[in-house]
Design a protein around this ligand. Structure first.
Ligand SMILES: Cc1ncc(COP(=O)(O)O)c(C=O)c1O
Length: 375
């Protein structure tokens, strides 16, 4: 039990979710179950495996739940996230971001020593050399599994030209410290496109690019056991391509308004509960949630439990609710308000705990173990 829980013992498991202090993230576990079942059902008759991205849920408890329900392993974005997952018994991890910098190498090889199933991505010779020389320096015995990150349209990290991917794969093969196991080609730029046919076409273009890369590798005599791609907005389409072996959706588990606006039918499992702390006039209610508890990088969060209200940030600690029609706001000081975040990844990263419930009764109070694990 953490010190915070010991000092303030309420609420407890079994209490009503209405007893939690605010602002707080609450999760409906029945909805989480339905969201996982709905996403996994897409792949039931397919050979593709599911490796969900835990950059969203940030909790080993949910990682284990996803594995119990059929995931082969998980993805995380950062080394520090992988450390927490591994310490909590989740060892089959793909870290989807390049690990660069001398400062990281000691931590990485500490982790790999006990968890050799961890997979890494590289997109440069410099990255390969750093891993190989560090493996030697830390006397690492097992070959490290690496995938090449490819650029299939997002124009973030990754190699675009198939011939350059082949060149890097061959370069990896000259280093006995590393084993080339495949490619990652995440099409992040299409996930939130609202027009479904545009999203589908752009995802198809990305898959064609990924397919060309896989063909080029195979023509060069290089085996490609793993081809990993896809997010919440595209994974079922990605899985239609027979060269894709694995999908990595993340947000579907809890959802947010950005994904709802992009047509995803998963349900909103996660909300923020806030309290009205001030009502300076009839047209404005002020709640205890601003930039420090609700992210706005994907637009304004929405009021879920009362129609016709808009949220705007009122600074770090305050949020301002107004009527969208310009009328009076029917809220009083002390009222509790339920908010649907616009972007869960960045909102969750602001909180210490999830208050998980079924039918309004608290079932678990979970530390958000990977909150702040950005290194
Ligand atoms: C590499 C990678 N894979 C998968 C995902 C999961 O995507 P989503 O949360 O859209 O399902 C992300 C999200 O940013 C990502 O960066």
């Amino acid at each position: 039990m953490t010190q915070i829980q010991m000092l303030y013992s309420k609420p407890e498991v079994g209490d009503s979710i209405d007893t939690v202090d605010t602002p707080a993230l609450i999760i409906d576990l029945d909805i989480v179950d339905r969201n996982i079942e709905a996403m996994f059902a897409n792949f039931k008759d397919k050979s593709v495996t599911i490796r969900p991205h835990l950059k969203t849920a940030k909790s080993p408890v949910f990682a284990k739940k996803l594995i119990e329900m059929g995931a082969t392993g998980i993805c995380v974005a950062k080394l520090a996230e992988a450390e927490v997952m591994a310490q909590n018994g989740v060892g089959d991890i793909l870290i989807t971001t390049e690990i660069i910098g001398k400062a990281k190498m000691e931590k990485l090889f500490d982790l790999l020593r006990d968890h050799p199933a961890i997979r890494l991505v590289v997109d440069s010779k410099a990255g390969v050399e750093l891993l190989a020389s560090s493996a030697k320096a830390f006397q690492h015995k097992e070959a490290i599994m690496v995938l090449i990150e490819t650029n299939v349209g997002q124009n973030r990290a990754g190699i675009e030209n198939p011939k350059d991917v082949v060149e890097l794969a061959n370069y990896i093969k000259t280093h006995s410290a590393l084993t080339f196991i495949g490619v990652q080609g995440y099409e992040g730029h299409v996930q939130l496109l609202r027009d479904e046919s545009e999203r589908k076409n752009k995802s198809k273009e990305s898959m064609e690019r990924l397919g060309r890369i896989v063909s080029e590798l195979k023509s060069a005599g290089i085996e490609v056991p793993v081809v990993t791609t896809g997010g919440t907005g595209t994974s079922p389409w990605c899985a239609e391509n027979n060269f894709v072996t694995e999908v990595q959706p993340g947000s579907f588990i809890f959802m947010d308004t950005a994904y709802r606006n992009a047509g995803q039918k998963f349900e909103q499992a996660l909300h923020l509960v806030a309290t009205v702390i001030s009502k300076p006039d009839a047209k404005r209610a002020v709640i205890d949630s601003g930039y420090k508890s609700l992210s706005t990088d994907s637009g304004a969060p929405e009021v879920a439990n009362l129609a016709g209200l808009t949220y705007e940030p009122g600074g770090d600690e305050h949020g301002i609710l107004k009527s969208s029609s310009g009328g009076d706001v029917a809220l009083q000081i002390g009222d509790r308000v339920t908010i649907t975040p616009s972007h869960i990844d960045t909102t969750i990263n602001l909180h210490d705990f999830y208050y998980c419930h079924r039918n309004g009764k608290i079932e678990a109070i979970l530390p958000i173990a990977n909150r702040g694990k950005v290194q």
